[in-house]
Ligand binder design. Structure first.
Ligand code: NAD
Length: 139
């Protein structure tokens, strides 16, 4: 995850606790207290249609942020956007984009689209990915 508008907050670690997700900077300080995760700020989450990405998007939306989720699954994006709009209480604060992060031109288009719609990006959560299945007794 990256904070783009806040010098000194370059890399951010996402951790989990019993209450959900914690957003920490490199020094372990809560990002919330540093100001990037503030009402009106903009969060972009790749792989945001499910799992950890969607959980983070929900936290950002509940914090009053404008949220863009980017993912390859159009149907899941729409379902996720409905949940986020309900959490945000304002559908205008939620944006979706069908993006394959392995395609640089799609990421560049995403950056331009977020700039046009929300005016920039405060937090970029590079979360999209796949987790190869592992077997306890497998090779
Ligand atoms: N869940 C874990 O225990 C765990 C552990 C270590 C790392 N991770 C990593 O954390 C991230 C999120 O994990 P999760 O468990 O929420 O997974 P998830 O499968 O629930 O979510 C990943 C999302 O990324 C999207 N995605 C996959 N390839 C994409 C692509 N090329 N372009 C755009 N979107 C794409 C998927 O459609 C999906 O919505 C992944 O990168 C995963 O590898 C997860």
């Amino acid at each position: 995850m990256k904070c783009l508008r806040h010098a000194g907050h370059a890399r951010v670690i996402v951790g989990a606790n019993f209450d959900g997700l914690l957003f920490l900077d490199k020094a372990g300080e809560l990002l919330m207290s540093l100001g990037a995760m503030s009402p009106g700020h903009v969060a972009v989450i790749t792989g945001g249609a499910s799992g950890i990405g969607l959980a983070a998007a929900m936290r950002f939306a509940k914090a009053g942020m404008k949220v863009c989720i980017a993912d390859i699954g159009r149907d899941r994006l729409e379902e996720a956007a409905a949940k986020l709009s309900s959490a945000a209480g304002d559908a205008a604060k939620i944006m979706t984009a069908v993006v394959d992060v392995t395609r640089i031109e799609q990421l560049q288009k995403l950056e331009r689209a977020v700039q046009e719609r929300f005016g920039g990006t405060d937090i970029l959560m590079n979360n999209a990915g796949i987790q190869p299945g592992s077997q306890m007794f497998g090779p």
